[in-house]
Design a protein around this ligand. Structure first.
Ligand SMILES: Cc1ncc(COP(=O)(O)O)c(C=O)c1O
Length: 374
């Protein structure tokens, strides 16, 4: 019998979440961001639920090839562009659109031999200071690209650093708007947080046309995986997002312990009263964060309870007090949806681990079997 642990990918949740992104940006086309192997879900597994997107955005050429191998003939965007000259041959062959964020990438394009000009997304560093041309250099980069026979259409792109927090997007939007005002081409700005938190407001657009940049393409990632981009200010349920990944396991042993008994390595949890604890077939080698302390939320038979003590490599312990009928073989939901419909958001578990849902889904271990469900 295989070890009782399973990750399930929910195709219908992808459709729901994609639909929410579309509703937030009704005039835009939607890139489904599927980098990092679809945020740990597996590109092939996520594809069924995401084929309604207008394009796929990622950054690894091998992943782009996998999307083409799935039969996708529509747009694919390389978010970091080419890393070396020969990447451009694959861009030509697979018809990949690609980001240009630095002079070296323009040099590569100038040296690239192709009969089919490329569709380029020229990236501005409008304040995040990660990738892109600074505002003062953006227009000269555009002019250089525009003069190249290897270049077809140039789209304009930036990325927000604070769409999920109090700083918001206004300052970066204003910089982008000022520099690009009279440049032709489609615009792409918004990640999940910007798409959901700053939907285009027609009244504001009429008042401040100079500051408004409408995305022709939005680029949601985390939201399509059912995680709130601005947790804990808002939950996934607040946005109507549904989890696309459930990590489930079973209880493989039960211990009845007395007052004063400890649980697990380092004895970090000590019972204050007699209690039953369940031992779950999931540990940090499965991708469950070791840093999660006693009290991290977890579902047993769809009932919310807490973890106890340190997470070990292959197991962790749970408090069975709220579920007295639970025992060996009972279902445990580490995150996602339980059989009774109860949801434990990956964001809550991530918060206990002092991180974000992104990291947990990306870290699902390869030893965990995965199946796709409707
Ligand atoms: C350039 C770019 N666009 C869009 C996204 C999607 O962001 P999110 O997952 O926060 O929606 C990312 C992810 O980091 C990104 O790097």
């Amino acid at each position: 019998m295989p070890r009782p642990i399973l990750a399930t990918i929910h195709a219908q949740a992808f459709r729901n979440n994609l639909q929410l992104a579309r509703r937030a940006a009704p005039d835009a086309r939607v890139w489904a961001v599927v980098k990092a192997n679809a945020y740990g879900h597996g590109i092939e597994r996520a594809f069924e639920g995401l084929r309604g997107a207008d394009g796929f955005a990622l950054l690894d050429l091998a992943e782009a090839q996998r999307v083409r191998d799935l039969g996708w003939r529509g747009p694919i965007l390389l978010l970091e562009g080419a890393f070396e000259l020969r990447d451009l041959e694959l861009c030509s062959r697979l018809d990949l659109w690609h980001t240009v964020h630095c002079d070296a990438q323009i040099d590569m394009l100038a040296a690239h031999k192709t009969n089919v000009p490329h569709r380029i997304f020229l990236k501005m560093n409008s304040g995040m200071n990660r990738l892109g041309f600074v505002p003062d250099r953006y227009r000269s980069a555009w002019a250089r690209l525009n003069a190249l026979p290897q270049v077809d259409e140039i789209s304009l792109m930036t990325h927000f650093s604070d769409a999920d927090g109090p700083k918001g997007v206004a300052a970066q939007m204003a910089v982008f708007a000022a520099v690009t005002r009279d440049l032709p081409g489609e615009r792409t700005l918004s990640n999940s947080a910007a798409t959901l938190r700053f939907p285009v407001d027609p009244a504001r657009a009429a008042q401040h046309p100079e500051a408004l940049v409408v995305s022709d393409w939005v680029r949601p990632g985390i939201a399509i995986y059912g995680s709130a981009p601005d947790f804990p200010e808002h939950t996934a349920a607040h946005w109507g997002l549904q989890p696309t990944m459930t990590l489930a396991a079973k209880i493989i042993a039960v211990q009845a312990i007395n007052t004063g008994a400890s649980v697990g390595y380092g004895s970090t949890f000590v019972a204050q009263e007699p209690m039953r604890i369940g031992v779950v077939a999931c540990g940090y080698a499965d991708g469950y964060p070791r840093i999660c302390p006693t009290g991290t939320p977890i579902l047993v038979d769809g009932v919310r309870t807490r973890t106890l003590g340190r997470v070990s490599m292959d197991m962790l312990a749970v408090d069975l007090s709220p579920v007295p009928l639970a025992g060996p073989g009972s279902d445990v939901t580490l995150w996602g949806i339980a059989a009774n419909g109860a949801v434990l958001s990956i964001d809550e578990v991530a918060a206990s681990a002092q991180t974000v849902g992104y990291e947990l889904m990306c870290a699902l271990a390869t030893r965990v079997p995965v199946e796709v469900a409707e």
